[in-house]
Design a protein around this ligand. Structure first.
Ligand SMILES: *Cc1c(COP(=O)(O)O)cnc(C)c1O
Length: 362
């Protein structure tokens, strides 16, 4: 391989080329310190400044209310599956889950281990081809919070309008669509996202948390599992994943320089349309997994007429430098993950390949 490929991997995923180039430039000597950012103390001025900048840029780009905190934690989004109920599931209340995919179900199963839970809605019976309708949601009598998954990475579905439950805290796993579009953060009590889809490399998990939620954290929890520990210490209670945070900061600067969230959102809509148009105009050769009104702008999932053709599709695509399009085993078929860093050019290359493949094999 002599050049970079069009990388449609679902996560870890492609990163913006200018970000990788900047990291390469900084690698041996960060800001004239004579060392890499990986080699310096997490208590150094340079690292504190990186963390402060990352929090400030997250707030600016997502228009997060100023009193919210942005934390940089470890353990992946999967650790949030248990941290959320450990911190917020109080006696006499139930954790409510809306199950729209595999990760939502995993989050629910972790909460079951912690305390009373309730499934407020689920589309599992329909193999997660869609998001639930507002009228299908039935909350329990004393909900501690309602948990949703904004984008279902494996099935390729996405919430296009978020539900509103008034005073009941709304918690969202936004691992695969954070920073891909504008939305009202003030409607959420807590948002979490593993970085490796839209924000940077694996190794850091971003948590956006409303101040009153920090006050609800029970004292008896282990120190590392309490959100307030990390908020009070600006994500520096222990050694944070410094290099991953540095990469996230570069990605956030790149988003800002690309015109911010409005521009990114427009670009993401354009990219997804290029691929969905191919599905819709293929006369049924390409069959999308998601129902139209639930389609994800981040993960485009589809099947071909048979598994033989699917195998051929993958190998011919790879020959043309198009990689990472194999679907998750639970859905089969293809999945093109087109996070922020995937270019319009990459989506057009895949779309052209799809049309050409159908012409030859359809
Ligand atoms: C990838 C993903 C996860 C898992 O993240 P880890 O960081 O590997 O724990 C959870 N939720 C969603 C929606 C994801 O896309």
């Amino acid at each position: 391989m002599t050049k970079r490929v069009f990388n449609f991997n679902p996560g870890p995923a492609t990163l913006p080329l200018p970000v990788l180039e900047e990291a390469q430039k900084d690698l041996l000597n960060y800001k004239n310190t004579g060392m890499s950012v990986m080699e310096m103390s997490h208590r150094s001025k340079e690292v504190s400044e990186l963390i402060e900048e990352a929090e400030a840029l997250m707030k600016e780009l997502l228009e997060i209310p100023q009193d919210y905190r942005v934390l940089f934690l470890q353990g992946g989004a999967s650790s949030q599956f248990y941290m959320v109920p450990m911190n917020f599931l109080r006696e006499g209340s139930e954790a409510n889950y809306i199950i729209t995919g595999s990760f939502a179900e995993k989050a629910y199963k972790e909460a079951v281990k912690i305390g009373p839970t309730h499934i407020a809605a689920s589309t599992k019976e329909e193999n997660f081809t869609r998001i639930v309708k507002p009228e299908e949601i039935k909350l329990s009598s004393h909900p501690a919070y309602v948990h949703i998954t904004s984008n279902n990475t494996i099935y390729g579905t996405q919430w296009h309008a978020f539900p509103d439950f008034g005073d009941i805290p709304l918690v969202a796993d936004m691992s695969s669509d954070i920073l891909s579009r504008r939305f009202d953060v003030s409607k959420f009590a807590l948002i979490y996202a593993g970085a490796q889809k839209n924000l940077g490399p694996a190794g850091v998990t971003v948590v956006i948390i409303r101040p009153d939620m920090l006050e609800r954290v029970p004292d008896h929890l282990p120190t590392m599992l309490k959100y307030d520990t990390h908020a009070e210490k600006n994500s520096l209670y222990n050694t944070p994943p410094v290099f991953a945070i540095y990469m996230v900061t570069l990605v956030l600067r790149w988003v800002k320089n690309s015109g911010g969230l409005a521009a990114i959102e427009k670009q993401n809509e354009e990219k997804a349309k290029v691929l969905y148009d191919v599905l819709d105009n293929s006369g049924g050769f390409y069959r999308g997994h998601a129902q139209k009104d639930s389609r994800s702008l981040m993960n485009v999932t589809f099947r071909l007429p048979n598994e033989e053709l699917e195998k051929l599709f993958l190998s011919e695509a790879a020959d043309q430098g198009i990689v990472g399009v194999k679907g998750h085993r639970s859905v089969g078929g293809m999945r093109a993950s087109i996070y922020n860093a995937m270019t319009l050019e990459g989506c057009r290359a895949l779309a052209d390949f799809m049309k050409e493949f159908q012409r030859r094999h359809g």
